[in-house]
Design a binder for this molecule. Structure first.
Ligand code: S3P
Length: 439
């Protein structure tokens, strides 16, 4: 049965301190990298969302031992080799990060492994990673979509690879396959989140990274025979924080302190973009943890928001946050323009299309192409209509964007597929209730 949420009024003002759940990118990476060590890896504050639970189930199926003690998760992995007895099927659920990165790890599988996913993941493009993995020597039955089967090889050969989409998933998949290969893999990658690089560095894996001022980073990864276990305390997810940051900016007389959030420069595009638009947002108590940058984020209701011609250099740094950034544009004075965003239509749902649909239903004029959106903002917009949001491929971020729109612009909303939030942010509604119990 479809569970839905009805929202009939805006949120009351609030002044609160919250913690959001652990970072999804770091949680999935920690689980997958822990599989590669034979010793015990430990994580605190691992995100317990469906994407991460699917990652845990995949590594268990491959032979890892997983244990929980309250907020602490331990994984004893299988090392660099894969020796399974029978053919396996691994379910990546809704997660592109899991489905793609795990294929990098399976480059040396001794048996055929099938990867399946849900309806949304089965529509997404896998040729972006099967192409480089074929260069390493892997064989696939289908090159483009799930379900697909991989046959690995004992000694994959290192490759030269150029990544041009700004996709951390592609870059990380190749880096993981490189770890299992003979020799050195050389990667030229358009800038994207660098969590895999930082974890590799911390584990003293032979990696060299040259960050250039232009669009590309140059990375070399050498194959290794074993890796050390990874102890990690997962900070809060900026992509989950984004919903509450925008909620606060668009609400009356409100302020919010979000504690211990990962503000890795490759993820913090949203803060830069919102500041340019006039939002009151500050990073406090900045510190470093295993190469990652962490801070508290203080945000206040902001009036006089202004439109932006969004610099495309922020695109990959804010890729998961654009849906809610578009809500800020809807409240801003002037016409905002966001370009070169075709990757947004490659996500759990075609998100540019969904942003456009939701803005249309709110009465916000927008002109949307396959790669750009122009939003005609209106600082005085009040929505009074009945709005139903459904058939959005259960995209967790479309669900949460719709909730934030309903709570800040008004109108009577019925938003379907409430369970979709469990993909990345199971406590989303609990935290909302804590902010404003009567909403
Ligand atoms: C992710 C990378 C991004 C992002 C996704 C998580 C990651 O995808 O949209 O939610 O953890 O590497 P792409 O790398 O495909 O842009």
């Amino acid at each position: 049965m479809k569970r839905f949420l009805k929202i009939n009024k805006k949120i009351n003002s609030f002044r609160k301190t919250i913690n959001v759940e652990g970072d999804k990118s770091l949680s999935i990476r920690w689980v997958l990298i822990s599989l590669l060590s034979e010793k015990k890896s430990v994580a605190y504050n691992l995100l317990m969302s469906e994407d991460v639970i699917n990652a845990l189930n995949c590594v268990k199926a491959l032979g890892a031992k997983v244990k929980f003690y309250k907020n602490r998760c331990e994984i004893i992995g299988i090392g660099m080799k894969i020796n399974i007895q029978n053919r396996l099927t691994l379910n990546a659920g809704n997660s592109g990060t899991l489905g793609r990165l795990i294929l990098g790890i399976l480059i040396n599988t001794n048996k055929k492994i099938k990867i399946i996913g849900d309806k949304s993941l089965s529509k997404r493009d896998f040729s972006r990673i099967t192409k480089p993995l074929i260069k390493f020597g892997a064989k696939f039955n289908s090159k483009k979509n799930l379900p697909l089967e991989i046959v690995g090889l004992k000694s994959p050969r290192s490759i030269n690879y150029t990544e041009i989409k700004g996709s951390a998933q592609c870059k990380s998949t190749v880096m993981l396959a490189a770890l299992k290969s003979e020799g050195t893999t050389i990667i030229k990658a358009k800038k994207s989140r660098d969590h895999t690089e930082l974890m590799f560095k911390f584990l003293k894996i032979p990696i060299s990274i040259k960050k250039s001022n232009n669009k590309f980073d140059f990375i070399k990864v050498k194959g290794v025979k074993k890796i050390e276990p990874l102890k990690y305390r997962i900070p809060g997810d900026i992509s989950s924080s984004a919903f509450f940051i925008v909620l606060t900016i668009l609400s009356e007389n409100s302020q919010l302190l979000l504690k211990d959030i990962n503000i890795n420069p490759s993820r913090v595009g949203i803060v830069k973009i919102l500041k340019l638009m006039g939002a009151k947002i500050k990073l406090l108590n900045i510190r470093f943890y295993k190469g990652e940058r962490i801070s508290d984020i203080f945000v206040k209701s902001s009036k006089n928001l202004t439109a932006i011609n969004c610099p495309t250099k922020y695109n990959s740094n804010a890729i998961d946050e654009f849906l809610v950034i578009f809500l800020i544009a809807a409240r801003s004075k002037g016409v905002s323009i966001f370009k070169n965003l075709s990757e947004l239509n490659q996500k759990e749902s075609p998100r540019l299309k969904w942003a456009s649909k939701i803005l249309n239903s709110m009465g916000v004029k927008n002109i949307t192409t396959n790669s750009s959106i122009k939003i005609y903002g209106n600082p005085n917009l009040v929505v009074k209509k009945n709005i139903i949001i459904r058939n959005f491929s259960k995209d967790h971020r479309v669900f949460m964007m719709s909730v934030i729109a309903a709570l800040t612009f008004g109108g009577k909303w019925k938003i379907n597929d409430l369970d979709s939030m469990k993909t990345s942010f199971p406590k989303f509604l609990d935290i909302l209730n804590k902010l404003s119990p009567k909403t």
